[in-house]
Design a binder for this molecule. Structure first.
Ligand SMILES: Nc1ncnc2c1ncn2[C@@H]1O[C@H](C[S@+](CC[C@H]([NH3+])C(=O)[O-])CC(=O)[O-])[C@@H](O)[C@H]1O
Length: 322
């Protein structure tokens, strides 16, 4: 069973110690009650990942574990088969003992767009809300963060994260908790909070912004990355039903509307640092994610539109200070 004890130890003497009042009970409930049918299979896969301590680790420029020289071809094939049991791999890529996990998303491209604009992460304590399998958490750690905590309710992404962490050697101040943002007590403790790719999944976007604010210390920095549309302060798209075949998309504001929402939530120094239309090269089907992907979500006759006729995905990165 996945244990959170090293997280509790790491935060005991830190600015996050108040989380010990409520998270052990919540995570204990998760351990007892999580009834995802495939979780036992994924956890069994984790127990089989017994490999030598890697001779190389890089989190600064990639997520690379092991040079590829330590395993025989047969051992590598066995490891590849085990990692494939954790399909679909959406966020990455990861290089593990010479195996290139070519994920659905080039999450490294998002990191390249975001990283130049944020306050240096050195010695900061970070929360990554909706962290997926934790790709960006490793890059934050590679940028010398003191501690990185990610939250994401998906048990598969937790298992993918635990797989990478175990193969990397296990002991890092980088922790993924299977929680939603709504499960987090208002800690007011993190130096930097990331919410990337989450706001449009929330039914109450203003509440989401307030919840993010509640996680920041005074003067802490929010990095908000989300889908946007063109328009003015009062322009917001609420899809009639699906957006890009996703049935859980609620609010897609313009940048100006998002900036207004952030002002209303008492954020300061609000600035949009990047706007980017998602390319078919950034999100696509691969051998590690064999399901439909962006090309199937767009109008085959006009890739500027989704199959539902909405503007194709365009994403903004906005930075703000509490
Ligand atoms: N209530 C919630 N609280 C926290 N996370 C949630 C919640 N609901 C869903 N999620 C999680 O938010 C993540 C959104 S993906 C962005 C990944 C990464 N950040 C990226 O920027 O590449 C974007 C996308 O797939 O559209 C998923 O991993 C969900 O499980």
């Amino acid at each position: 069973m996945i244990s959170f004890s090293s997280f509790y130890q790491d935060i005991a003497d830190s600015q996050l110690s108040s989380l010990l009042e409520s998270l052990p009970a919540k995570l204990g409930n998760w351990q007892r009650e999580n009834n995802h049918g495939a979780l036992p299979k994924w956890e069994k896969t984790l127990t089989k990942l017994n490999y030598p301590a890697p001779d190389k680790l890089d989190f600064a420029d990639s997520v690379t574990v092991g040079s590829g020289q330590q395993l025989s071809a047969g051992q590598r094939e066995k490891l590849e088969n085990l990692l494939q049991l954790l399909h679909p791999w959406r966020k990455g890529p990861y290089d593990i003992h010479g195996i290139h996990i070519d994920t659905e998303w080039r999450s490294d491209w998002k990191w390249q767009r975001v990283a130049p604009h944020i306050s240096p992460l050195q010695n900061r304590t970070i929360l990554d809300v909706g962290c997926g399998s934790g790709y960006h958490m490793w890059r934050m750690y590679g940028a010398a963060a003191r501690m990185v905590v990610g939250i994401d309710p998906s048990p598969l992404f937790l298992c993918q994260f635990e797989a990478v962490k175990k193969l990397a050697g296990g002991q890092f101040p980088v922790h993924l908790l299977p929680l939603g943002i709504e499960d987090m007590p208002a800690s007011e403790a993190f130096d930097t909070v990331f919410s990337m790719g989450v706001l449009y999944h929330r039914k109450s976007p203003i509440e989401h912004l307030l919840q993010l604010r509640d996680q920041l210390r005074d003067g802490g920095e929010l990095i908000l990355e989300t889908l946007v549309i063109d328009g003015d302060q009062q322009t917001v798209l609420v899809p009639e039903d699906r957006y890009g075949k996703m049935n859980n998309v609620w609010f897609i504001p313009s940048v100006a509307a998002l900036e207004l929402w952030l002002r209303r939530c008492d954020f300061k120094e609000i600035r949009c640092v990047n706007l980017d239309v998602t390319s078919l090269a950034e999100q696509r089907t691969t051998p590690w994610m064999r399901n439909e992907s962006l090309v199937d979500y767009l109008d085959p006759n006009n890739i500027d539109l989704t199959v539902e006729g909405y503007p194709a995905p365009k994403r903004a990165t906005i930075i703000a200070v509490k």
